[in-house]
Design a protein around this ligand. Structure first.
Ligand SMILES: Cc1ncc(COP(=O)(O)O)c(C=O)c1O
Length: 497
């Protein structure tokens, strides 16, 4: 057990170098460029500090070790299995990084004249076309910086369109109880009231429930498909027809598109507008909250409202930018969005091609079903039938027979060398354990994960204490998660500063 963790670099317990500061020790030898030949400081008085900053005083070697050690204490997809359901923590191919670092992309200035950046504009334009083809829509913006930002933008398009055509944005948006929290937040930010639609016992939205809630005050329904239970919303076309009949729109939360590539297109199912998460389906990094990308795809009716500027191709094949779109909602992001992510997603799509993308989704679904069947021997599977890209379990059997629950299972997985799955989500499932293996894991790795889950179940039944006290191998054990959220301490500060 510990061997696995040690090789995954999680078991360092050395003191952090910030606490090991030694007066007078230094890691730099910068030229004294602010001093004149006589050694007198030449900076203006107003810019000089009265006292030296209380930074940790360490040697170069200590500073290097500090940061390298920190990097080794971190856990990421390049370190091990990361089955975080709903987050599609898929492998980020290194070729994406290499292409994104080409100077012609990485060193571009966003204000460079369009005549100088034809290659970048071509990539942008082609990526738009690939995404439209993959998802079945007629226009797209690449500007939004995340899925949630895409949702905000997409619902805003509906709002503008309704205001323009009906003179009112309407008042309500229907949101199933399986939705990601960003969906109701998006409604609130756009000034809509959220109306929750309860999913059926089979885990999907039923047309009759939508019909009951649907009236002429409803602007849209937001449907995630496959939903966060990992199930395909099989009534989507019927639901879309019900919503359209009353003049409403269907917002597709396309965060789970990793299950559908090359197999089904939301645009063909009656969805009017949808975001994609490039940092999920198209393998760009989630990177420490760093840049993401949430393109928004629309049908013809909503296209005039898309953000500007738009990239257009002239008859001569040259690309330019236009903001001549009178109905546009304007910009939602500086410049063109996170262009480096567009380069990576473009590379991924070109690398895999039509068949490769389809295979990626097939494997993601196969892997999730493999885990569902293997884990069902020990864990309660909420909907034990074919799932899509993820499967939701609970701690029902462990709670019935032992003091161990969802949180303990997740913490014990850390000691086994795995990142925990998503816990307690979706919130419509009590004590959910949501597992999304993605397509790139081998059967060996999935078997190792199953074996770890089985060991945890065995241990819970035999002697639960170690599970209740897990994790014991990382440098921090159980954190006060509520306090961490409410009173975040995001940087080290010396006492008294
Ligand atoms: C179903 C669903 N919708 C929306 C989002 C929000 O996306 P983002 O985290 O990029 O803002 C996520 C994120 O994982 C999601 O799973």
């Amino acid at each position: 057990m510990s061997g696995t963790l040690a090789t995954r670099g999680l078991s360092f317990k050395e003191p952090l170098i910030f606490e090991a500061s030694t007066p007078g020790r230094t890691a730099h030898s910068l030229p004294r460029s602010c001093n004149d030949a006589a050694g007198t400081v030449t900076l203006p008085d107003g810019l000089l500090r009265a006292s030296a900053p209380r930074w940790p005083e360490v040697s170069e070697l200590e500073a290097v070790r500090h940061f390298v050690r920190l990097s080794q204490q971190n856990y990421g997809i390049d370190v091990g299995f990361f089955p975080l359901g709903s987050c599609t923590m898929k492998y980020n191919p290194k070729v994406n990084e290499e292409v994104a670092r080409f100077p012609g992309f990485a060193a571009l200035h966003p204000l460079a004249p369009t005549g100088w950046v034809q290659g970048a504009l071509k990539l942008y334009w082609e990526l738009e076309r690939y995404l439209m083809e993959i998802a079945g829509f007629s226009a797209v913006t690449l500007q939004p910086a995340a899925g949630a930002h895409g949702e905000f933008t997409g619902l805003r398009l509906i709002k503008e369109h309704l205001t323009h055509t009906e003179g009112t944005p309407r008042k309500k948006v229907l949101v199933p109880d399986t939705a990601h929290g960003t969906n109701p937040a998006t409604c609130a930010m756009n000034g809509y009231k959220t109306v929750a639609i309860k999913s059926s016992d089979h885990g999907v939205v039923l047309p009759e429930d939508v019909a009951r809630a649907m009236d002429e005050d409803v602007a849209a329904i937001m449907v995630t498909n496959p939903n966060t239970l990992g199930l395909f919303e099989s009534h989507i076309a019927e639901i879309a027809a019900i919503v359209h009949a009353k003049g409403g729109y269907v917002y597709g939360d396309g965060a789970n598109m990793n299950a559908l590539l090359g197999r089904a297109r939301p645009g063909d199912m009656g969805v009017d507008v949808m975001h994609l998460n490039l940092h999920k389906t198209f393998s760009t990094p989630h990177g420490g909250g760093g840049p993401g990308s949430g393109p928004v795809l629309v049908n013809d009716a909503l296209a005039p409202y898309l953000p500007v500027p738009r990239v257009v191709r002239g008859d001569d094949g040259r690309f330019s930018l236009t903001s001549d779109r009178p109905l546009s909602i304007g910009r939602v992001k500086a410049f063109f969005g996170n262009f480096g992510m567009h380069v990576r997603a473009y590379t991924y799509i070109r690398e895999l091609g039509r068949e490769g993308l389809k295979e990626a989704s097939d494997m993601a679904v196969l892997n999730a079903n493999y885990l569902r069947v293997r884990l069902a021997e020990r864990y309660h599977v909420v909907h034990d039938r074919a799932c899509m890209h993820e499967v939701v379990l609970t701690d029902k059997y462990q709670r019935r027979d032992t003091p161990v629950g969802t949180r303990d299972i997740a913490k014990a997985l850390i000691d086994e060398g795995f990142h925990p799955p998503t816990m307690f989500f979706p919130i419509c499932v009590h004590n959910a354990i949501m597992i999304e293996p993605t397509e790139t894991e081998s059967r060996d790795e999935l078997d190792r994960f199953v074996a770890a889950m089985e060991r945890i179940d065995d241990q819970a039944r035999l002697d639960p204490e170690p599970i209740l006290n897990a994790p014991r191998l990382p440098i921090v054990g159980r954190l006060d998660e509520t306090r961490a959220v409410r009173q975040p301490i995001l940087r080290w500060q010396p006492d008294g500063e």
